[in-house]
Design a protein around this ligand. Structure first.
Ligand code: PLP
Length: 397
């Protein structure tokens, strides 16, 4: 063994591990969920499509149980749950299905603050002549502008794409009201619930959404598993060739996702209360340590684990490089071939440029403690204050 590695591993002055506060990007797999995934891979490894033997039967019954757990968390019908590799694939299936069943080109209305997985899919459909897009404006808290929604709907829309909660500033949307308004105008609705599930009340019973999108890796399940929940979806009607053959189900991922949903059902509400408190503590602490700190997004209709801030005068890429190895947070905006683009969400909110250039997204999670919050507050404040003093006079703030 390399002595240096051994010595540094056993040194009493080993650096503290970085505090992970980027739970909007992804979550660690909960060890209880990992146990289910490993058991399914090692012991219950049968092919759920091949139910001609006991192994296949057990795998198929694990998939059925996972469907029940997902459906139960959201008040959905069992038969409406379709497992996918994550939210992006679920979005692509849903939009393809809508094109295949309603009309082409499909008239899609999208809020300006949707995730790139929705925007890019719809924009691609538009480029190949399969969709025509219209955009729904938002206000300075990223909340849907009702008059913009109405005027877009009056122009004729087949599918409205909105999220249940925003992945950058955490805004929670009135999806019941949006679905009602859209249906009155004859439009279907796709709800991207990727960031919302388990973290806020979400009941699909009676909601009437045509498509709801979920991902496992945002709720402590492994990456590579998610679901489309839809009462209208059929593989045979999608625009494309998917569905001609049913691939071997990812049984371990599906079972793990199902169990992660069950844990959310059992623990989500209490956990959201705990995280709201910790988030509020972090917000207060940062306010006390950093002058002129801005909190973006709404104060109340906000995801419990979300804190999105700007520190005008301190470019966010420089802050992040100072925090490297100490605190893992992010800008939250899309990454384009390795380069960070300014956030389209903050642009749609019409925030001033210095807010956009200095924005930081913080996402707390299941393993976050009060001690982590304190360490993070001090490190983030120190980084911002350092960067501000080294950039003062360089930047016009
Ligand atoms: N939609 C939202 C709101 C997201 O936050 C994400 C991931 O960050 C996605 C969609 C894409 O999810 P996945 O990684 O499961 O494809």
């Amino acid at each position: 063994m390399n002595e240096h590695t051994f010595a540094s591993r056993h040194s009493t002055s080993a650096p503290m591990p970085a505090v992970y506060l980027d739970h909007h990007a992804t979550t660690p797999v909960d060890p209880r969920v990992a146990e289910v995934a490993i058991r399914m891979m090692v012991e219950e490894f049968g092919n759920a499509n091949g139910v001609e033997n006991i192994h296949g039967e057990r795998a198929a019954s694990a998939v059925a149980q996972a469907k029940e757990r997902v459906a139960q968390l959201l008040g959905a019908e069992l038969g409406d749950v379709y497992f996918t590799s994550g939210s992006t694939e679920a979005i692509q299936l849903a939009i393809s299905h809508s094109i295949g069943t309603r009309r082409a080109p499909l008239r899609i209305a999208i809020s300006r603050v949707e995730h790139k997985a929705v925007i890019d899919t719809a924009s691609h459909a538009e480029r190949i002549g399969m969709a025509v897009l219209s955009w729904i404006d938002v206000d300075d808290k990223a909340q849907i502008d009702r008059s913009s929604l109405l005027s877009v709907l009056q122009g004729g829309v087949d599918l409205v794409c909105v999220m249940a909660a925003n992945n950058e500033v955490g805004t929670i949307y009135p999806i019941g009201e949006i679905v009602r308004t859209a249906s009155e105008h004859g439009a279907d609705v796709l709800i991207d619930a990727t960031q919302a599930i388990g973290r806020m009340p979400l009941n699909l019973e009676d909601l009437g959404a045509a498509y709801v999108i979920l991902s496992g890796h945002k709720i402590y399940a492994p990456k590579g598993i998610g679901a489309l929940i839809s009462p209208v979806f059929e593989y045979s009607s999608i625009f494309g060739l998917q569905g001609a053959h049913h691939p071997t189900p990812n049984v371990s991922g599906i079972a793990a996702f199902g169990f992660a949903c069950e844990l959310m059902e059992l623990e989500g509400e209490a956990e959201s209360r705990r995280l709201t408190q910790l988030r509020d503590q972090l917000q207060e602490r940062l306010h006390s340590l950093v002058s002129g700190l801005i909190v973006n997004g709404p104060e109340t209709a906000r995801l419990p684990h979300n804190l999105h801030i700007s520190a005008p005068g301190a470019p966010n890429d420089v802050i992040l490089s100072r925090l490297r190895g100490k605190v893992s947070i992010s800008t939250g905006s899309a990454c384009n071939i390795g380069a960070q683009e300014p956030s389209h969400v903050l642009r749609a909110m019409r925030l001033p440029e210095p807010y956009i250039d200095s924005c930081l997204r913080i996402g707390l999670g299941r393993t976050t403690t009060a001690n982590d919050v304190e360490r993070a507050a001090v490190a983030i404040a120190e980084a911002i204050n350092d960067v501000r003093s080294s950039f003062s006079g360089v930047l016009d703030v």
